[in-house]
Design a protein around this ligand. Sequence first.
Ligand code: PNS
Length: 159
Amino acid sequence: MRKAVCPGSFDPVTNGHLDVFARAADQFDHVTVAVLINSTKSGLFSIEERVDMLRECTAKHSNIVVDTFHGLLADYCSEHDIKAIVKGLRAVSDFDYELQMAQMNSTLGVDTFFVATNPEFSFLSSSLIKEVAKFNGDVSGLVPEVVQTALVKKFTAQA
Ligand code: PNS
């Protein structure tokens, strides 16, 4: 079975991420969306909230599961017999850092496969979504509905 992982913070998941997951799920038998637990960085959404939203958004894909990890991604891959990392490349600005990580992960035993982000989403990032949503900007069409609702709720509660 060909297994892949799509790792990230997903704080929150965007339609750009979902596009990458769907394309990974077309190419691999089994895809794990793995949310990094980073104890030094607290996000807008808790890990549980991110995982719940990811599960809801990926439910229609029978070969996608959502999990969490901490420590090295390469260790998670080796523990789960995953041989491939799949990531989206949005623009040249992503390239240097992504290449560095891919080369390091390759030396740690796991190869990275990049998919060119759908141009519709190439400007999209979780940080920008949070900034726009914070000031009541319209993010519909850029994030799934469950995320849109959660953003409104979160920023209303913080106001
Ligand atoms: O969504 P992000 O925050 O850009 O995702 C970055 C992520 C989680 C893919 C990356 O930080 C990661 O893999 N962290 C785990 C620690 C690790 O393996 N570091 C070495 C990378 S070469």
